[in-house]
Design a protein around this ligand. Sequence first.
Ligand code: FE2
Length: 314
Amino acid sequence: MNTLNRRKFLGLAGAAGLAAVTPSSLPAMTETGHETKSEDFTFLFITDTHLQPELNAAVGCDMAFKKAREIKSDFAIQGGDHVFDSLGVTKERASSLFDLYGKTEQDLGLKLHHTIGNHDCFGVYPASGASTADPLYGKKMFEERFGKTYYSFDHKGVHFVVLDSIGITDDRAYEGRVDAEQLAWLAGDLKTLPAGAPVIVSVHIPLVTAFDSYVPAPATPPKHHGMSVTNSSEVIALFEGHNVLGVLQGHTHINERVVWHGVPYITSGAVSGNWWHGTRMGTPEGFTVVEVKGGKLSTRYETYGFRSVDPQNT
Ligand SMILES: [Fe+2]
């Protein structure tokens, strides 16, 4: 029962002179309108589509979305990097990529919640020729297409939080960061939840990952912290005391699961695999199916049979 129906039920009960008791068949709910017990349901976490006209990417994405729509699920979350790439290209190219993405997304036929990725930020690299004064610069093009870059919503008793993990730096690059304004918003958002309310988080750049342990250290350390969120400890601290069922992450294009303080940080492989060049460090092209059952979260990875025209198999 959704909030509206539940209120209607309680209102009717009151009007009929009945005690407004909570029937055991209804999920427990607090005055803030949040439920403390979730129903069972399935949703999809589809990330890193990296849509572009080259490398058969649109064909691959179309295949992935068509496979995804065969899976019975309530909705999907796009985990970021919708297009490849809008950081370093002209406004015309970036717009055409988002147009292509929008067209391809129709194949999914599901309600989709969007998470911003680094490659979704327009004109950040000076090589793009874009001016920082351009009305669509940075995150504005994404916002114009998809709405807010961080927000929350509720579904069947679960509180979903979608975070913006992209920090645009003064020297026109990006790093993994959740800024102070968003941290304050997140603290306030989580504060409205009753004890034990289930929470699921979506974020593009991982809050927690052991990715750096799988590859040799670079000869020169990167200028910016881009593989994970540099201030993740500030975000994780806000999760303490909440019933976070899982954090879904993208960006590295590999399947990985790290558990910290009982919270699984689940990174999903990419629809684009190794940026449309085949398998990425053992993770093929695919997406993640997420099941919420009995108040617990479980995931499985689905591939969809794409064959790269230019495999590198790294
Ligand atoms: Fe990506």
